[in-house]
Design a protein around this ligand. Structure first.
Ligand code: ADP
Length: 485
């Protein structure tokens, strides 16, 4: 197979800038695709934090007036990634995160900031950089959703476009009066173009105008085509269902490897799960839990948000305590949820421990020390924490939605007997069902041979990028064949 050149475009990329799973995917896919003959270069915004980490920079093009200011397109390397960086100080170099200021307010000019990024992706696709002609532009999430629009309405060379939805909850919907500042022609403002319920829809544009739409699990691909899961976009998605596929996310199995992990107390392999006891004791100590080797220890590593269903866990805590279990939670986000868990610690000291914040090392320690990992999400495009849990021999207890449904095999009698079960699923996503799942988990935990079987089966699951990268490579090759034919 000859080499395929792909220009990816994303608003975040691990390890340079990350707020969620999108960054992990954008950072991991290029490396996983390289051995398959796919060369990915990724266009990212020149946030101050990104600019500081670039190596081997080279100016490709000066842009005297790019969406209201002087900018440059830079080619660079960083952390083994092959990058194009849109260095536009008036758009990207400012205090705060990628999308919001330090107090959490979205930047008012986000449509222009990300319109500018999408337009640059389109220009690169059309041959802006000397000797660079990607066959595919792969755009991620709403921030880059206008890329296919620019390619459709600009005329000229049009590479094939793949658009990936990481989370349909974030759609990027903006005032129609911005059409001109975004450099989009009036004729683009139609239901077959960028118009979405009277506004300009960035994600909508990606869904409508890309050649293929992917999302991050097969079940989520099905769910978003229904009125319940479609968040207003289901009609359009149903109309394009023949262009939509779900490809599971994965994790970096070098970073997440319990046999070599420098962040955990005791390293172990699938044959040595008893060594996890030392990690459990260390986690109980870190989270100010009673030193209790027998108690089933449930862990959570999560954003604290409505999506993640942790309000249901708050309601189910009495059931968890009644089982003699403990909870170790690492999370950040919603203040009301945090207050709820603070109150729970006061009500059950020594049985519930929480750390509020973002802590990479502690995330590893929770995975290595907890007996089970809880993921009671209301919806979950793919979910990464349950994949880490499988790899670390922490049994995932998950709601049966999205990628959680696709990656965990419930410990029903047949799956247990066949040795296929890797965790526990519950449905519907309600408190009573979660309580039942907690009881099931605690009762399985008290059968050590069965529990060990679950752990070993989980640790044997391939959660690496090898399989998913193969699927993306096939998708790109298919699109290129389609074009040639
Ligand atoms: P989402 O992208 O919706 O937040 P995912 O499960 O897809 O959820 O990805 C979340 C990633 O962020 C996982 O790798 C998880 O381990 C990590 N993570 C979430 N919250 C924290 C936290 N408080 N501290 C450290 N890592 C976290």
């Amino acid at each position: 197979m000859s080499r395929i050149d792909v220009l990816a475009v994303a608003s975040e990329i691990f390890p340079l800038v990350k707020t969620g799973g999108l960054a992990d995917v954008a950072g991991a896919l290029p490396k996983a695709l390289a051995p398959l003959g796919v060369r990915v270069r990724t266009l990212v915004p020149g946030y101050a934090s990104v600019m500081a980490l670039l190596e081997e920079t080279r100016t490709v093009r000066r842009l005297p007036d790019w969406f209201g200011g002087a900018a440059r397109l830079i080619a660079a390397e960083a952390a083994g990634l092959d990058l194009f960086v849109l260095d536009a100080p008036h758009l990207y170099r400012r205090e705060g995160g990628p999308y919001a200021d330090s107090s959490g307010r979205d930047f008012a000019d986000n449509p222009i900031r990300f319109g500018a990024l999408a337009r640059m992706a389109a220009s690169l696709g059309q041959g802006l950089a000397p000797r660079y002609r990607p066959a595919i532009v792969h755009a991620h999430d709403w921030q880059t959703g206008l890329a296919p629009a620019y390619l459709s309405y600009d005329g000229g060379r049009r590479p094939a476009v793949v658009f990936t939805i990481h989370n349909l909850a974030f759609q990027g919907q903006f005032d129609p009066r911005l059409l001109e500042s975004l450099g989009l022609p009036a004729e683009s403002f139609t239901p077959d173009g960028v118009e979405y319920y009277g506004d300009i829809g960035f994600l909508k544009s990606g869904v409508r105008l890309a050649d293929r739409i992917t999302t991050v699990s097969p079940t989520y691909a099905t769910e978003i085509c229904t009125p319940q899961g479609g968040m207003g976009m289901d009609g359009l998605l149903r109309g394009r269902a023949d262009r939509l596929i779900g490809i599971l996310n994965a994790i970096d199995t070098d970073v997440w490897d319990p046999s070599t992990d420098p962040m955990i107390d005791a390293e172990y392999t699938a044959g040595q799960v008893e060594r996890r006891a030392a990690n459990k004791a260390a986690l109980q100590n870190r989270m100010r839990l009673e030193a209790d080797p027998e108690a089933p220890l449930f862990g959570v590593v999560s954003r604290l948000s409505w999506q993640k269903g942790l309000d249901l866990l708050l309601e189910a805590l009495p059931a968890l305590i009644a089982e003699g279990a403990q909870l170790a939670l690492l999370g950040s986000g919603d203040a009301a949820l945090e207050a709820g868990f603070q109150a729970a610690i006061r009500a059950h000291p020594g049985r519930i421990g929480c750390v509020f914040g973002y802590d990479e090392a502690l995330a590893h320690q929770v995975q290595a020390g907890a007996d089970a990992i809880l993921v009671p999400s209301r919806f979950e495009p793919c979910g990464l924490t349950q994949l880490c849990a499988l790899r670390y021999g922490a049994v995932p207890v998950v709601s049966r939605v999205g990628g959680l449904a696709d990656t965990v095999i419930d410990a029903g009698p047949m799956a247990l007997a066949a040795g296929a079960a890797t965790g526990i699923q519950f449905a519907p996503v309600e408190t009573a069902a979660l309580e039942m799942a907690l009881r099931r988990a605690a009762s399985l935990y008290r059968k050590p041979a069965t529990w060990r079987k679950l752990q070993r089966a989980g640790m044997a699951v391939d959660v690496s990028w090898t399989g998913p990268a193969q699927q993306y490579a096939e998708l790109y090759a298919e699109l290129i064949r389609e074009r040639a034919g």
